[in-house]
Design a protein around this ligand. Structure first.
Ligand code: IPE
Ligand code: IPE
Ligand code: MG
Length: 246
């Protein structure tokens, strides 16, 4: 069964957000340390990025490290940050080959200098690409992002540059890290967990949620196709009745 041919190209999501979860449990299944799972998750990142770009998805946003993830054992946090540097250095060529632009959301100021520098370098080196934007959520917290937007908007109002009555969805979205990006139509979480874990809370107001039991290191292009096909079979009503849509 060719899954790819079942995708309706006229109904492709413009933006897919993924919570890459289950690396630790995947490693445990093989009796290996958690970090082994993280290393093996890189292939899934590559496959999902390539297949999204090939299909014509414009934005792919991957949850790579949450603000809460700092609470993990120091060894694991250090390994994740080192893996980030190594992967960015290695993958910049593939990103350019696939015409993918790298972007990030989250508070980069708290990242180790080496990780932040590697990230900014990769963003710079891929800034001319325009087939797809791959965004990494790093030290990301949606609550923090929303609080930060509120703070910046308050400053604009205090300075007299903005009227409080003019704050609408468009203005608010412009103060989020995802400004200039459409909201994700589809959110995928792997590993069987069914929660949002502080990810894109504002942006996901009307996203279709798709949960799969597959652990992230096992996630392949066919799994992405399955998620898109499932999404395409849903009726997105945005508050209306089914009859109004036909
Ligand atoms: C996701 O896998 C990767 C990160 C959160 C960085 P986990 O490390 O959360 O794997 P599990 O959930 O413990 O299996
Ligand atoms: C969410 O996964 C964060 C990332 C995928 C980077 P977690 O594994 O940290 O989420 P919880 O703790 O199970 O909610
Ligand atoms: Mg997890």
């Amino acid at each position: 069964m060719d899954l790819k041919s079942q995708i309706n190209m006229d109904l492709l999501p413009r933006h897919i957000a993924i919570i890459m979860d289950g690396n630790g449990r995947w490693a445990k299944k093989y009796g290996k340390p958690r970090v082994f799972g993280h290393r093996n998750g890189v292939k899934a990142v590559r496959e999902s990025s390539e297949s999204c770009a090939e299909l014509g998805v414009e934005y792919l946003t991957l949850y790579a490290f949450s603000t809460e993830n700092w609470n993990r054992p120091k060894f694991e946090v250090n390994a994740l940050m080192a893996l980030l540097v190594e992967t960015l250095r290695k993958e910049v060529e593939t990103l350019n080959k696939n015409n993918i632009k790298l972007n990030s959301i989250g508070d980069l100021s708290k990242l180790p200098d080496r990780s932040r520098e590697a990230l900014l370098e990769c963003i710079e080196n891929t800034s001319g690409n325009d087939r797809m934007t791959l965004t990494l959520a790093l030290n990301y917290s949606s609550r923090w992002e929303i609080q930060n937007a509120a703070r910046l908007i308050a400053e604009e109002v205090e300075a007299g540059r903005l009227h409080s009555k003019d704050i609408d969805d468009k203005v608010f979205s412009d103060f989020l890290h995802t400004r200039n990006m459409p909201d994700p139509e589809l959110m995928i979480r792997t590993s069987g967990e069914k929660r949002i874990s502080n990810y894109l809370l504002y942006q996901m107001a009307y996203s279709e949620l798709y949960f799969t039991d597959i652990y992230w290191p096992d996630f392949r292009r066919e799994d992405l196709y399955k998620a898109i096909i499932d999404y395409q079979q849903r009726e997105r009503r945005f508050g209306k009745t089914s009859e109004q849509l036909s």
